[in-house]
Design a protein around this ligand. Structure first.
Ligand code: NAP
Length: 481
């Protein structure tokens, strides 16, 4: 079956095709995927508009059943979809299966949520009048996703969009169309009417930009870089479309003198290097108080020496490749920048060979630890998006908190400590959307809100029941009985 766009319930070839290649083995061609043009985007929006009246007012039982079927199929096929995801994005097979599992759980969660959309009834200040507050779907929503979570981020946008009665035009990242296409195929067979869900694949500059600017798109949910997100926010504001942005991070992980050293090392390794550091919630600034600093660095080096970099599908691989040649180049560039700024290379530091020794050509990079860094260095201010973490030595908790908050970003912040007082203070004063105590900054539940502050996020939160803030609009109705 060719990997075509899904428009109005039909599989439609694009004017061009793009190659999807395996970053662990660039000789491995996963498939050729359609790339849509502006005319196909228009057709997808028109199909969604035509489907909206019936879908938005139809049976919520039918919606719930369809979402449940989608979730069940994803879960039943988690191994197969996990292999596809690992092959196209480069996270390890267990990580990829975990992402697929989470995606299935998200659809099942929203199968329930669409039955729980509640409103309010209040007395009016005017005698004999009643006031009802209800939520209605936005209309046709545009969804644009990045390459680092090829199925989970699409799932956490598509599931609530459909659950609350919206129709969807979905543009996945051009680098990883395989998981998105497979998800679309599952949704297509779920019993959802034609046109309710549409997939248009292709480059952001070719169809992402016209999707954002399309007058038929009432709301736009984007996850990706700050640079693209900010431009999208301006474009949406200009035409009055609702917008939700999830963007980058430069997440701090504080390690205090009283931390359990082994636990602190494990959670830092997990959140800084697993998934090749390609998570918006990855810890990239390890802020360590001076009493534990040297022991922490020594233990990190020892633990990192045991990490195996290699083919994402190979058993025993801890860290897969960078997702693309461009991302590998960015990782290496930032390591150079840090060293030029005066950082010390404590571990890693360059392009790597695949540990299986297969000789495969992939975008492998060694997990890298930089010490002797200061908060003002570029390595501590800009997102690398690779397995690169820097250590900042601080005097005490107060300085650690100040450094943790000294960033343009505010997605996730962690603290490793056995002090209840510091844990409670940090939860209240970390300037981030998510706080982790004795847990990695990356790794979240699917049924609670996800998002950040400052440059990391803009607009209502995603996931959990808070997802309804973006995917619905509130109506206040007055009735004189
Ligand atoms: P990106 O370059 O901003 O791309 C994100 C998406 O936007 C892709 O689908 C891209 O299409 C599309 N796009 C590019 N230019 C566009 C335009 N002018 N108009 C409309 N759409 C456009 O980001 P990325 O490199 O894929 O992802 C990495 C970034 O995502 C990192 O900064 C990371 O922190 C962030 N991220 C944030 C979260 C979060 O929830 N906060 C989660 C994951 C990732 P193409 O694929 O064609 O470029």
């Amino acid at each position: 079956m060719p990997f075509d766009n899904l428009i109005a319930g039909e599989w439609i070839a694009g004017p061009q095709r793009g190659q999807n290649r395996n970053p662990s083995d660039t000789a491995d061609l996963i498939g050729e995927y359609a790339q849509a043009d502006a005319a196909q985007l228009d057709a997808a929006v028109a199909a969604a508009q035509a489907a909206f009246p019936a879908w938005s007012t139809g049976s919520i039982q039918a919606r719930s059943d369809a979402l449940d079927r989608i979730g069940a199929e994803i879960l039943a096929r988690r191994e197969e979809l996990g292999v596809l995801l690992a092959r196209e994005e480069g996270k390890t097979r267990p990580e990829a299966i975990g992402e697929v599992t989470r995606s299935g759980q998200i659809f099942k969660f929203f199968a329930g949520e669409c039955l729980r959309l509640s409103g309010e009834t209040l007395p009016s200040v005017r005698t004999g009048v009643g006031v009802d507050i209800t939520r209605e779907p936005m209309g046709v929503v545009g969804l644009i996703t990045p390459w680092n979570f090829p199925i989970a981020i699409p799932a956490w946008k598509i599931a609530p969009a459909l659950a609350f009665g919206n129709c969807v035009v979905f543009k996945p990242a051009d680098l990883v169309p395989g998981s998105a296409w497979t998800l679309a195929e599952i949704i297509h067979r779920s019993g959802i009417p034609s046109g309710v869900f549409n997939l248009v694949m292709g480059r952001g500059s070719v169809i992402g930009d016209p999707l954002v600017q399309h007058p038929g798109i009432a709301a736009l949910s984007f996850t990706g870089s700050v640079e693209v997100g900010r431009r999208i926010a301006l474009q949406c504001a200009e035409r009055g479309a609702k917008v939700q942005l999830e963007m980058g991070g430069k997440n701090p992980q504080v390690v205090l003198d009283d931390a359990d050293l082994a636990q602190a090392v494990e959670l830092c390794v997990q959140s800084a290097f697993f998934s090749t550091g390609q998570r918006c919630t990855a810890s990239s600034r390890l802020i360590v108080t001076e009493g534990i600093h040297d022991r922490f660095v020594a233990a990190m080096r020892e633990r990192m020496a045991g990490l195996r970099v290699g083919d994402a599908l190979h058993a025993g691989t801890d860290v897969g490749p960078a997702a693309s040649e461009a991302q590998l180049a960015q990782d290496l560039r930032y390591i150079d920048i840090a060293r030029e700024e005066g950082a010390t290379l404590a571990a890693g530091g360059g392009a790597a060979q695949c540990h299986s020794g297969s000789g495969k050509t992939g975008f492998f990079v060694t997990p890298t630890l930089l010490t002797d860094t200061t908060p003002a260095m570029r390595i501590n201010r800009e997102e690398v998006f690779g397995p690169v973490a820097s250590v900042i030595r601080v005097k005490d908790y107060d300085e650690a908190l100040a450094v943790a908050n000294d960033t343009p970003f505010g997605l996730s912040a962690g603290i490793a400590t056995s002090s209840l007082r510091h844990a409670v203070h940090f939860k209240r004063h970390a300037q981030s959307g998510m706080v982790m105590v004795n847990l990695p900054t990356a790794g979240v539940d699917y049924h609670v809100p996800f998002g950040g502050r400052k440059a990391s996020s803009y607009g209502p939160r995603e996931q959990g029941r808070y997802a309804q803030e973006f995917f619905t609009t509130v109506k206040t109705a007055y009735t004189l009985a």
